[in-house]
Design a protein around this ligand. Structure first.
Ligand code: PLP
Length: 408
């Protein structure tokens, strides 16, 4: 390892060379492109939590990094003084081997939020729209807004899949079709065949951006084969969800090299945290990690759904680590009444104003959720909107998204 490290001092990996040489006119737009992330959305409005609060609001994984990942992080710390670009190259190679791709079809980032925004920046414009599901994950809409692209929001189907036919019909000028499967916030799937249909019928020069942030929780078919086949598809994955590394920051984008080059015009190549790289590598080597965590999440989720069924509460069945729960009132009132009981649930999508998103926590956390929910639904605990812990004074770390207007 010492020899490799020494090598790396003098020899930049392909990733770093790309970043140093790849600056273009697009870079100026990148400077204005603020990266909007799930925790910023979940905690917009200055929401701060007590340390002992049950935090099931931001689709985090309460299990955190795997044991092997923790050990790898501890072991790399003495080398934390170096950039170690070669580790990024190593991870790209490992991912290539795992997925049956070439390393030049993969880029690693500190989470998938950056490549998501950069893809939208690269393929939308004031003339090329951004098409997304409603309700859907909002981050890409913020990027489209910076670019001046129109945002076209298309309702989900009756089975809560992306309505690919309606998406195509709604935007003949599309630059990006964003498909999040399992969807955030509903945890529902869009089929491989529907994504293929989208690819076959989309306007020329547009791309389909498939976000598989939550796919490890679900029995779903990935579109990795469509990347392999060289289609106009850009696939995002993150290690923030099932892998429990949201705070360590690692994600990846998979696509044809010419598409990746366009995305990289907007940024990337900044040295990755070495802790994230080795934790990811260690996690990928653990063959039991995905099936085990998938099973744990599915068990807890199943118990929560069974309890909701027994008590007659309405929700949308999900395949992921989050689901939408009908509060039967303006959802903010229920969110605040839960916060009063130290249980912090997720946010509201304007298209479904009575629903709130719930993240699956640990079994004991979800028992606390159930106890608190019962009290909200029976009227034993109520809250006047805004007057509860968690919605307090705007702290110094407030991320104000209020001023951002989405052109739709
Ligand atoms: C659908 C979706 N995509 C992408 C991300 C990006 O996560 P990260 O930047 O932590 O990889 C998230 C985070 O919650 C998400 O929900």
């Amino acid at each position: 390892m010492a020899a490799r490290e020494k090598d790396a001092d003098f020899q930049l990996s392909s990733a770093s060379r790309r970043s140093f040489l790849g600056l273009s006119a697009a870079a100026s737009a990148a400077i204005a492109l603020r990266i909007v992330t799930e925790p910023m959305l979940a905690r917009a409005g200055g929401r701060e939590f007590p340390k002992d609060g049950i935090r099931i609001d931001a689709n985090e994984n309460p299990l955190g990094p795997s044991t092997a990942a923790r050990e790898a992080v501890a072991a790399i710390l003495p080398q934390g003084g170096r950039y170690s670009f070669w580790l990024t190259g190593d991870l790209e190679k490992t991912l290539a081997e795992t997925e049956g791709l070439k390393a030049e079809q993969i880029r690693v980032y500190p989470g998938s939020s950056e490549p998501l925004h950069h893809t939208v920046a690269a393929f939308t414009s004031p003339q090329r729209s951004y098409v997304t599901a409603d309700p859907g994950y909002e981050a890409g809409m913020f990027a489209a807004n910076v670019i001046g692209a129109k945002v076209v929001k298309v309702p989900l189907t009756k089975t809560y899949a992306h309505d690919v036919r309606a998406m195509l019909a709604a935007a003949p000028d599309a630059g990006v079709f964003y498909v999040c499967t399992p969807n955030n916030p509903t945890g529902t799937l869009t089929s491989h065949s529907d994504i293929e249909y989208l690819l076959e019928n989309k306007p020329k020069d547009s791309v389909v951006l498939v976000d598989e942030a939550y796919i490890h929780f679900a029995d779903a078919v990935s579109v990795m084969d469509l990347v392999k086949a060289g289609k106009d598809v850009i696939l995002l994955r993150t290690f923030s969800k099932l892998y429990g590394m949201a705070g360590l920051r690692c994600g990846a984008v998979f696509a044809r090299p010419d598409l990746l080059e366009k995305i990289e015009n907007y940024g990337g190549g900044n040295p990755m945290p070495v802790t994230a790289l080795v934790a990811t590598m260690a996690s990928l080597k653990d063959a039991q990690l995905v099936p085990e965590r998938k099973r744990i999440n599915a068990n807890v989720r199943g118990q929560v759904f069974a309890w909701l069924d027994r008590n007659g509460y309405s929700y949308i069945p999900s395949e992921s680590n989050c689901f939408m729960l009908d509060t039967k009132r303006p959802a903010k009132a229920a969110i605040d009444a839960m916060a009063k009981q130290n249980v912090f649930i997720g946010r509201i999508w304007p298209v479904w104003p009575t629903y709130a998103r719930i993240t699956i926590g640990t079994a004991p956390e979800m028992e606390q959720f159930q106890t608190a929910w019962q009290k909200v639904m029976t009227g034993a605990v109520t809250a006047s909107v805004g007057g509860v812990p968690g919605w307090g004074e705007l702290g110094p770390r407030r991320r104000n998204l209020d001023g951002i207007v989405i052109r739709s």
